[in-house]
Ligand binder design. Structure first.
Ligand SMILES: Cc1cc2nc3c(=O)[nH]c(=O)nc-3n(C[C@H](O)[C@H](O)[C@H](O)COP(=O)(O)OP(=O)(O)OC[C@H]3O[C@@H](n4cnc5c(N)ncnc54)[C@H](O)[C@@H]3O)c2cc1C
Length: 378
């Protein structure tokens, strides 16, 4: 997400850009994505805000329930309340819709920009250029290299050395359920979180209410694989939430047998530097964070905006990358540590409702209130 967003903005600003993606067939993730106002502001700068509005659900309320008793613990106004406070809505969007929108916009500007099936192995930095090495394709040269290659970033490994990611013992399951398979009531424009000791179960409608997006998190897991295509059994989800309320059991009963996936959750310690004179990291490659604040992709979009701006403001790549890092490091590392702290509170025997409503952060405006710099268009 961060790499495509950066590519989109850099092309708009008149740069020549090449994106190398390891997957031969990226784009189908089968999951929803929360786009907070801070990330929506980046899409606005890229001229994509109205398109994403048309592809998204706008929850009117965030509801937190006790997972076992069903008691409603808190409600947080979203919808217009968030827009009035923070300038834009809180969007819930199929991940594939944002991916397709970015990829389409890039291809319209440069049909040869995105190269799939290119797995990066590392890079060599020279005084005036960078050489990018692939597993199977010939080397490529560039003036600047941006490593937006996620949690297991090969570029990060080349830059700061290979350090194993930190396994947190949390597991995430996810699934999309056709709304037609559920009884009335699940289409309500709400983001629902059902919490219990070391577990939560999140669901919200997507794609014009035709799908219910489910994301389920549990602690104390031994599962260590991560990736968007690791299959899970409905039975393991049923077992994890066996004591949850009938409203949640109805959702579990409707989970598609061949459409449940699982993901082991990792993060990394914050870096104090994520660039060299011609190479910089962006998004999860720079600051992979746990999903408990729903801000990982939003941080990647924020990074992209500051990178586009810095490369526009500074002709010298080293100065641009240094300005980019100065604009991003403290905030991204703060959100990384806040996401980790939220994970620790989540692991408690009595997780509190406010943890899942982002209340405190919304109050201070620190998460949602961020605004990108004004981005140039060539
Ligand atoms: C279950 C779950 C739910 C989440 N929900 C939300 C949410 O609601 N809102 C939110 O903001 N965030 C959410 N996140 C976090 C979010 O998904 C990530 O933070 C975000 O995708 C990071 O974007 P990125 O561009 O940095 O990396 P990625 O989206 O991971 O993209 C990295 C890309 O690099 C490619 N790549 C990797 N290695 C190589 C290589 N060697 N060569 C070439 N290509 C390579 C990958 O194939 C991938 O396409 C969630 C995460 C999880 C696990």
């Amino acid at each position: 997400m961060g790499g495509l967003t950066a590519a989109c903005g850099l092309l708009r600003a008149g740069h020549r850009v090449r994106v190398f993606e390891q997957s031969p067939d990226p784009g189908e993730f089968g999951a929803g994505l929360s786009i907070a106002p801070n990330a929506a502001a980046v899409l606005e700068q890229l001229g994509l805000r109205d398109r994403i509005l048309g592809l998204s659900n706008l929850p009117q309320e965030g509801r937190v329930h006790d997972g076992r008793s069903g008691e409603l613990l808190s409600t947080t106004p979203y919808g217009e309340a968030v827009r009035e406070h923070f300038g834009d809505y809180y969007y819930q969007t199929p991940r594939s819709a944002l991916y397709d929108l970015l990829a389409e916009t890039i291809r319209a500007m440069d049909p040869d920009c995105i190269h799939t099936g290119h797995r990066v192995a590392g890079y060599t930095e020279h005084r005036d250029y960078v050489t990018l090495h692939f597993d199977e394709q010939p080397d490529q040269q560039a003036e600047v290299l941006i490593g937006a290659d996620g949690l297991r970033s090969a570029i990060r490994g080349s830059m700061v050395g290979e350090v194993p990611a930190r396994f947190t013992r949390y597991i995430a399951w996810r699934a999309l359920i056709p709304m037609a398979d559920l009884p009335e009531g699940y289409q309500a424009p709400c983001s629902n979180v059902w919490i219990g000791p070391q577990r939560n179960f999140v669901f919200y409608p997507l794609a014009d209410n035709t799908l219910l997006n489910c994301a389920m998190f549990a602690g104390d897991s031994d599962w260590t694989e991560e990736g968007w295509r690791q299959r899970a059994e409905v039975a393991e989800i049923r077992e994890a939430y066996r004591d949850f309320h009938p409203t949640v059991q109805t959702v579990i009963d409707a989970l598609p047998a061949d459409g449940c996936y699982k993901w082991a959750l990792f993060d990394r310690d914050p870096l104090s530097r994520w660039h060299t004179p011609r190479v910089a990291l962006l998004g999860d490659a720079a600051h992979p964070m746990l999903p408990f604040l729903g801000q990982g992709a939003s941080m990647a979009l924020e990074d992209a905006a500051e990178l586009i701006y810095a490369l526009d403001q500074h002709a010298d790549p080293g100065e641009a990358l240094s300005a980019y890092q100065a604009a991003r490091l403290e905030r991204a590392n703060w959100v990384l540590m806040e996401s980790r702290a939220a994970g620790e509170r989540f692991a408690s025997p009595n997780p509190s409702a406010s943890l899942f409503s982002n209340d405190q952060a919304m109050q201070t405006g620190k998460l949602f209130g961020w605004r990108p710099p004004t981005l140039a268009k060539a």
